[in-house]
Structures are given as structure tokens and as C-alpha cells.
Write a protein that binds this ligand. Sequence first.
Ligand code: ADP
Ligand code: MG
Length: 273
Amino acid sequence: MSAVVPPTVAGGAAAPAGAPPLIVEHVAKSYDADGRIVPVIGDLSLNLNEGEIVAIVGPSGCGKTTLLNTLCGLISADAGRICWHGREISGQPAGVGYMLQKDLLLPWRTALGNVMLGLEIRGVPLSDAEERSHVVLDKLGLHGFAEHYPTTLSGGMRQRVALARTLVNEPDVLLLDEPFAALDFQTKLLIESDTARLVRESRRSVLLITHDIEEAVSIADRVIVLSKRPTRVKAVYDIALASDRTDMIAARESPGFVDYVRRIWADLDVARN
Ligand SMILES: Nc1ncnc2c1ncn2[C@@H]1O[C@H](COP(=O)(O)OP(=O)(O)O)[C@@H](O)[C@H]1O
Ligand SMILES: [Mg+2]
């Protein structure tokens, strides 16, 4: 994945009424590795509905990052249809924020400077950009850290800054590629809870790639399990937990949580072999 991916692509044309933010139909993708064709996405279909958090789990190397890159137009699919808000588009969709595992913060900019970057590029007046960025940093618990440079922040704080940089553009849809994978357990639970709270209160839709089954079950409304390469959808779970879905500890303590985790674990075990 290239490091030149813009933090977010914002804005957006009017959507046909009622169309889900994302519909993926029979997408396939192969790479040409020195003349050898490597099929990565076999035949993959999925939907993302408004206000929904969907987690995607799958064996390492099955094509999860390839899928996200294809969905947001960074690479083209070989076959199938990708409709954003009911429309097939060429290039990058509007209103979509993409966040990677690696924070890719610019070391010479402060936390605030990093968050403001996308707004500045879009020509938002500096004072507005600054104000909006402060609001999002505050919501993510970074009040008082706006003037800190990335090297002086912990890994969790840097990921929060990266999340703020994605959210400040107010994307309708967030594509998150293992954003919390490198964090320690406690930091991860806190940032997962904050992410769930922020996206659920604003009814944004999220497609979250993760290799952490517990993370998937605790945060998502639906978990999609992918097979090994060439990948396809192997199983889909609607997650019905009675707990507050912005509290990752409460979700883990809910009746039914462990059962989902076991079933997905079993699917992945088979998918690996
Ligand atoms: N640009 C590329 N050219 C050739 N092969 C690639 C390229 N990018 C990824 N791959 C291969 O495609 C497969 C899927 O990669 P990726 O989508 O990164 O998997 P995941 O995110 O599920 O771990 C891997 O076998 C990887 O080596
Ligand atoms: Mg990946």
C-alpha cells in the first residue's frame, strides 16, 4: 500500500434515495507477479448499510487490503460492480475516509497540523480548519495535545490523531484497515469504544478490517468472514448483543459474545487450511 494515499476523500454528490452507501457485486482481482497471474479476490459480494459497522476478518494474505484498495478506487477490479450510494464511479469515491494500520502522520507537523491537512488541501479557511480540528481532537481525548509533534505521542495517541484526521472531513463511510492492530490491549479497547461512539452517534458507516475476532464481534453489527486466497465470503454473522454497543468491555461480557467468537474462530481455522 502506497504511503501517498490521501487521508480522506470528502464531499459528495447527491445519492439516489435509499441506496446503501456501498454495494459490492461479484468483484474479482488478480495481480500479475512477474508474468504469473495470482488470483487474490475470487468472487466477492457484500453490502454496507447506512449507520452500520461491518467487520471483515480473514486469513493473513487472503486479500483484505486489496479489497479495500479496490473499493476506494486505488486499484481497479478485474470484474464485478462496486456501487457507492447507488452509483458505479470511476476513480475515488467522494465522502470516504480511509485509515491504515500505520498512522502515516507527518513528523514535521503537530497533531493539529496533521488533522488539518485534508481541510487545508481542500481550501477550507485556516481558522475554520483549525476550529474543526480542535473539536475532533477534543472528542478523541486529545485536548491539550494539539501542539504536540507525533514523536512525542504514544502509539495510541498517534492512532487517535490519525482517526481525527480521517473524521474531520466528515466522511459518510470509513474504511479502516487494521487500525488498532499495533496497540496494546487496554489502549485498543479505549480507542475502539471511542470510535464506536463517534461513528454511531453520527450514523457513519464503517468497514473495518481486523484479524482480531473479539474486536470484530464487540464493535460490529455484522462480521463477514473471508476464505483464503482467492478470497470470497465464507460466512456472515449478524451480531445481536444486548449490551451498549459503544462499550467494548460490556460487549465482551454479553451473553452470546463467546459463542460468536468460537464460531468465527472455527470458520477461520478451516479457512486457513
Ligand atoms: N501489488 C501487488 N502485486 C502482487 N501481489 C500482491 C500485491 N499486493 C498484494 N499482493 C499479494 O496479494 C495477496 C493479498 O495481499 P493483501 O491484500 O495485502 O492481503 P491481506 O490484507 O489479507 O493480508 C498476498 O499474497 C500478497 O502478497
Ligand atoms: Mg492487509
